[in-house]
Design a protein around this ligand. Structure first.
Ligand code: FES
Ligand code: FES
Length: 163
């Protein structure tokens, strides 16, 4: 079937019940999303489907026809990181880093809808994702910083300013 990931269309040859996480990592070589529990309980595998955060380890391929998948690789590049990636780097918001792609994608789902999210809203949105290293405070700071970056980028766009 055809699968759209990060605005690119792929032909995927796999059983319909194959979890999206396996397709991303094994077929498409997009290794940002991580395998943690495989049970929808840790959030390491979080990606966006049509803008909503989902656990890709428990999302079968058959549900994805005609839908848009976004992974952490779709947020920016090493040379040109997106606001969330830049904010996580600036705040050094990682210890082992295993949870971070999932945290970023869950934060992305929130900030796309609400760039003015409060601290309580950010905490509530990230709640399904676990960090075993205890990096939570830095992660929160990074999401707040990303929200500020997004707001400035939108303000620049609306006023037509160019960097
Ligand atoms: S690996 Fe998917 S929720 Fe843990
Ligand atoms: S930084 Fe290690 S699990 Fe979160």
């Amino acid at each position: 079937m055809k699968l759209t990931v990060n605005s690119r269309e792929y032909d995927v040859d796999a059983e319909p019940d194959t979890p999206l996480l396996y397709i991303l990592r094994d077929n498409l070589e997009l290794n940002g999303a991580k395998f943690g529990c495989g049970l929808g309980q840790c959030g390491a595998c979080t990606v966006l489907v049509d803008g909503e955060a989902v656990f890709s380890c428990v999302t079968p391929l058959l549900l994805l026809e005609g839908r848009k998948v976004t992974t952490v690789e779709g947020l920016g590049t090493v040379e040109n990181p997106g606001p969330l990636q830049r904010a996580f780097i600036d705040e050094q918001a990682a210890q082992c880093g295993y949870c971070i792609p999932g945290m970023m994608m869950r934060a992305q789902a929130l900030l796309q809808k609400n760039a003015h999210a409060s601290d309580a809203e950010i905490r509530a949105a990230l709640q399904p994702n676990l960090c075993r290293c205890g990096t939570h405070m830095r992660i929160l700071r990074a999401v707040h910083r990303a929200a500020e970056l997004l707001k400035s980028a939108r303000a620049e766009t609306s006023t037509g300013s160019v960097r």
